[in-house]
Design a protein around this ligand. Structure first.
Ligand SMILES: CC(C)(COP(=O)(O)OP(=O)(O)OC[C@H]1O[C@@H](n2cnc3c(N)ncnc32)[C@H](O)[C@@H]1OP(=O)(O)O)[C@@H](O)C(=O)NCCC(=O)NCCS
Length: 174
């Protein structure tokens, strides 16, 4: 497995991995699948200090997956995003990590989050925030294993698939 910055040719693989969660889970509060055009916009927003990264492996062998920019399989992606537009929050970024269902439980998410921490430090951020659906014990465990600590819980702040959803906020100072 290799982790690298996402390239325009990874857009459709990222979109496919993300849209499964949009449609089938409450791990993201988006409800409408991203279009190709929206994914392109997302790619354009995720450069510079707020990059997107992908975990890839050679196409031969292993479970099938989504082809990335160089013909490899994209196992998952991660990103740093603007946490709040107001300039006083500029030293904080929000992170997210998504791994293809076929490639979970093999350390891909851990490796992506570790790389996001390296990039966030290198880019001069002071703090990272993760906002995770309250039932998403896997993601909470992933973040706690990477040194994130609980900030608090926003109770029933979201609604999707006919359920009220908590959001757990976690933070790691860099
Ligand atoms: C959350 C997610 C990114 C984890 O990625 P992954 O590649 O499956 O996780 P890893 O194999 O790297 O595991 C890393 C850590 O996560 C935790 N973890 C992973 N799978 C878990 C599970 N089934 N139950 C509980 N904890 C789990 C563990 O702490 C694990 O560390 P360990 O192996 O040392 O015990 C992945 O499940 C995913 O993409 N889920 C759907 C999208 C999502 O929820 N993204 C997060 C939005 S906030």
């Amino acid at each position: 497995m290799q982790i690298r910055l996402a390239a325009p040719g990874d857009a459709e693989a990222i979109r496919a991995i993300y849209n499964v969660e949009v449609l089938e889970s409450t791990n993201t509060f988006d409800m409408v699948p991203r279009t190709s055009a929206e994914q392109k916009e997302w790619m354009a927003e995720h450069g510079g200090v707020h990059p997107a990264i992908v975990a890839v492996e050679a196409a031969e062998g292993g479970p099938p997956g989504h082809a990335g920019a160089n013909g490899e399989i994209v196992l998952g992606f991660g990103s740093l995003s603007v946490f709040r537009e107001r300039s006083g929050y500029a030293a904080t970024a929000e992170n997210s990590v998504y791994v293809d269902q076929a490639h979970r439980g093999k350390g891909v998410g851990r490796a992506l989050l570790a790389e996001l921490l390296v990039l966030a430090s290198a880019h001069g951020f002071h703090s990272l925030i993760a906002r995770v659906a309250g039932h998403n014990e896997t993601s909470i465990a992933l973040h706690e294993a990477a040194g994130f600590e609980l900030v608090g819980v926003e109770r029933e702040i979201g609604r999707k698939h006919r359920q009220w959803l908590d959001v757990v906020e976690l933070q790691r100072l860099l």
